[in-house]
Structures are given as structure tokens and as C-alpha cells.
Design a protein around this ligand. Structure first.
Ligand code: NAD
Length: 443
């Protein structure tokens, strides 16, 4: 099939490449001409394992091109798949301005009947609204347009694997033949289809992210209790996770969830619930627990080592390993928390970050405080002379550093593992005064 994927971000680029690898003729369209140029030169504008090679291979195959020309993007494909961002507005609701722009672009260039597939995460009711909106701006008698909801579930860092091995493929809509066409896009993948109406499809996406966020806040709340009584939260999670009704996934205690999806999707659900007169009480607590998890861990650190005037190494800025995505990153919030607590200097290391200007600080942060932050390229530089090390992102390389040797280059060898990533006994045997999230020590 001929498909244009609108938006060449994390989701759009992955989806475009996967569809091209399945044999479809794919155009990736983005308004950002610089991004398009980089992609056409075989350069991925973000970090995602496996995608760079795939991009270069597929550009050579002739089945994948990228463009910033809206006319050809619309006219050359029968299927237009929307993967633009839907960020949070200050009131928590999802901002649909990019989606609206896309509908206008489609209306401006439409030349034949089209199927519009919504891959972006959009509030419940949006696909139905899109259909109405399109019928206002397009002559539907001449160019009938169908809208199909097909939300995306990939995880950054594992995007390629997840797209090639989807846990499910949700197809929401009203027109059977359009929905069958969208199913046909994935015909060569092993997947389970969930075919449903628009609202069900939209809600599957939000409820899934809300539930995953709830699992994380649940285990973090349990960790606060475990920390009081000397229980090891990793053992608790393991013991719980063996029950197939619970499953071990997403039961990792840490400094909270972040990224471009969970925080914004929880916010949209809360906003939408209020709009509908249905307060989502559980989810509100999920958010509260997450919002206070970094301060909770900083209090814990403070009880071990007074933070004021200290030099601290922070390992990790990306919201998780194997991505450069910093949106709502707990690592950044941790750095800001430490600055507020009077830490004298923070040396930051992350394989995807080159400078302080490259870090997406919170809006409204006092820029003067940032003079206390330095980005270094080698972790040893960050650790040398530090009073403490904080692990904020579980990048695989952080586990293989020569921690034994580094215990003696630190000013004082305090290690705070915000992701329960390293083994406490091993780190202690290597000379570190080690504190994780409820790893069996009592406060
Ligand atoms: P992103 O910010 O990485 O990419 C969005 C892209 O859309 C950008 O390149 C931007 O330039 C482009 N764009 C904006 N307006 C445009 C327009 N009018 N025409 C063409 N291109 C335009 O976003 P993302 O992380 O890929 O997320 C996209 C959507 O997918 C969001 O709704 C998100 O919630 C959802 N989602 C994301 C993930 C994830 O892990 N990132 C997972 C599942 C679902």
C-alpha cells in the first residue's frame, strides 16, 4: 500500500520504517525541513537502537522517502497516518493544535478518497470529532474520507522490537472496509487485533498508560513502607510478580515515571474525567505519589548525607535508558531538586547529552542555579572529587564501570541508586556507602 506517515518523531519514524520494511511504499512527512533533510541523509534525529541501520537500508530500497512538501505527502498516498505530538496544555488536557494543522493540510491538498489513521494518542472523542471536522472542510461527496483509530503502544528504547512484535493492534472505527485496509497494513505481523469503536480504541490507549503508571506508583508507595520496615522492595515485587494475575512488569520502584507518555496521558485522563463529571480518584493519587517520589528519595539521601554544599555526580538525564528523550525526565527533576537543596556543584553524565543547554529544564527554573551544573563526557570525571553519586537513568554502561577503583577517586563514596539498578551488596563490597529505594535497610 502507499502510506504517508505524518510526523517524523519517535513514533512516526519508527512506524514509517517498519511499514516500509513490511513492503509498503512509505513517505515520511514532517513540517520540520531540517529533520527531513537529516532523515533523507540516513541520519536518525533521535536515539533509538536498531533504527539507524534500518533507515539507511530502507532509503536504499526506494520504498522509503521523507519530505516536507505537504502536497506530495497528501496526494501520493491513499493512507495518511497521523503521528504528530499531542503534548499537555497547562490545564492538563492534550493540545490538539498539531492534529488540527494536519487536518487542514489534508483538506488543502486532497485529490482522491483517503483513509486517515490516527496513531497519535488523542483524547476520547477525538476521532469522531476529526470525522466531523473533515466533513466541514472537505467535499466528502467528491473525496470520501474515512478515519480509523490505531493507537500506538511502542516503548522508546525498544521501539523497533515493539513495532515488529506488537502485543496487540487496536483498530477503532465505523467503516469496515477502511478498518480492513488498516489491518492489511500489518498483515505480515503476528498480532492480535482488537476491533472496536472509536471511543473504545482511544480509551484502550489511555487506560493502558494509566494502569502502567498506577503499577509504578503502587510499587513506589509500597517502597516507602518497605523502607520503614527493612523489607527489600525488589524481593517484594518479585514475589508479587510471580502471581500471573499481577505479572512482574512495571513493578520497579524508583524515582518515579517520566517520559513523553505516562505523565501527559495521566494528566489528560484526569482532565477528561473532570470534564465528564467523573473524578478519577485513584489516578489522582497515582499522579500525587509520582510527583512526590523524587522529594521522598532526596529526603532519604539527606538523612544519610546532608546535601548542602556538596558536590554530586548525577548519572543519567534521559527519562530512561536507550533513548535521548528528556521529556518529563525524573533525572532532570532530581538535578533540580538537588539544586534547590543547596548542592554546591552537580556534574552530569549521559551518553546523549553534550551540554547544560542541551538539557530540557523545567519551565520557570531559576537559570542562575544552572551555573552550578556541569555536563561532563566521562563518568569518571563526574565521580572524581564528588561527595556522592546519584544514579537516575539505568543506562547499561553504568553497571560495568570500575566502581571499586572509583570509590577512592570520590571525595566520599556515597552512592544513591534511584533506579534500584545496581546490587547493594556488591557495591558495598566495592567500598560504597550504598542507598537504594527500599533495598532492605531500615531508615
Ligand atoms: P514527537 O514529538 O517525537 O514527534 C512529532 C513530530 O510531528 C515532530 O517531528 C513534529 O515536527 C511533527 N509535526 C508537528 N506538527 C506537524 C504537522 N502539522 N505536519 C507534519 N508534522 C508535524 O512525538 P512522538 O513521541 O513521536 O509522539 C507522537 C504521538 O504518539 C503522541 O501523540 C504520543 O503521545 C504518541 N505515542 C508516543 C509514544 C512514545 O514512546 N514516544 C508511544 C506511543 C504513543
Amino acid at each position: 500500500m502507499k502510506v504517508t506517515v505524518v510526523g517524523s518523531g519517535y513514533v512516526g519514524t519508527t512506524t514509517a520504517l517498519v511499514l516500509a520494511s513490511l513492503g509498503h511504499q512509505v513517505i515520511g512527512y514532517d513540517i520540520d525541513a531540517g529533520k527531513v533533510e537529516r532523515l533523507n541523509n540516513g541520519e536518525l534525529p533521535f536515539t533509538e537502537p536498531g533504527l539507524d541501520q534500518m533507515l539507511r537500508d530502507l532509503l536504499g530500497s526506494g520504498r522509503m522517502t521523507f519530505t516536507s512538501d505537504s502536497r506530495s505527502a497528501v496526494t501520493e498516498s491513499e493512507v495518511l497516518m497521523i503521528s504528530v505530538g499531542t503534548p499537555s496544555m497547562p490545564n492538563g488536557g492534550a493540545d490538539l493544535k498539531y492534529l488540527r494543522q494536519v487536518l487542514d493540510t489534508i483538506a488543502a491538498h486532497i485529490n482522491e478518497p483517503k483513509i486517515i489513521v490516527t496513531k497519535s494518542t488523542v483524547p476520547i472523542g477525538t476521532n469522531r470529532w476529526m470525522k466531523e471536522r473533515l466533513s466541514e472542510i472537505i467535499d466528502m461527496q467528491t473525496y470520501p474520507v474515512e478515519v480509523v483509530s490505531n493507537p500506538e503502544f511502542l516503548r522508546e528504547g525498544e521501539a523497533l522490537y515493539d513495532s515488529l512484535h506488537p502485543s496487540r493492534t487496536v483498530i477503532g472505527g465505523e467503516n469496515e472496509s477502511a478498518m480492513d485496509k488498516v489491518k492489511g497494513l500489518y498483515a505480515s505481523l503476528q498480532t492480535t487485533y482488537v476491533v472496536c469503536n472509536y471511543e473504545t480504541a482511544e480509551m484502550i490507549k489511555y487506560a493502558s498508560n494509566g494502569f502502567l503508571a498506577a503499577k509504578i506508583s503502587f510499587i513506589n508507595e509500597m517502597a516507602r513502607l518497605a523502607d520503614r520496615v527493612g523489607a527489600d522492595i525488589r524481593g517484594v515485587a518479585q514475589g508479587m510478580g510471580l502471581d500471573p494475575r499481577i505479572s512482574p512488569h512495571h513493578l520497579y520502584a524508583g524515582i518515579g515515571y517520566g517520559g513523553s507518555c505516562f505523565p501527559k496521558d495521566v494528566d489528560e485522563l484526569l482532565y477528561f474525567g473532570t470534564q465528564q463529571g467523573t473524578e478519577l480518584e485513584l489516578l489522582r493519587q497515582v499522579k500525587r505519589i509520582n510527583d512526590s517520589q523524587i522529594a521522598w528519595f532526596a529526603d532519604k539521601m539527606q538523612s544519610v548525607l546532608p546535601l548542602e554544599g556538596k558536590r554530586i555526580a548525577v548519572l543519567g538525564v534521559a527519562f530512561k535508558e536507550n533513548t535521548d528523550d528528556q521529556r518529563e525526565s525524573p533525572g532532570i527533576k532530581m538535578i533540580e531538586q538537588l539544586l534547590h537543596r543547596g548542592v554546591q556543584e552537580i556534574r552530569v553524565v549521559d551518553p546523549t547529552v553534550e551540554s547544560v543547554e542541551h538539557i530540557h529544564w523545567s519551565k520557570g527554573i531559576d537559570r542562575k542555579m544552572l551555573s552550578r551544573v556541569n555536563v561532563v563526557t566521562e563518568a569518571s570525571e563526574a565521580v572524581a572529587g564528588a561527595h556522592a553519586v546519584v544514579l537516575a537513568t539505568p543506562w547499561p554502561q553504568f553497571s560495568s564501570y570500575p566502581w571499586e577503583a572509583w570509590a577512592s577517586i570520590a571525595e566520599t563514596a556515597y552512592f544513591f541508586d534511584g533506579r534500584n539498578y545496581l546490587d547493594p551488596a556488591e557495591m558495598r563490597s566495592k567500598g560504597w556507602h550504598f542507598t537504594g529505594i527500599a533495598r532492605g535497610e531500615t531508615t
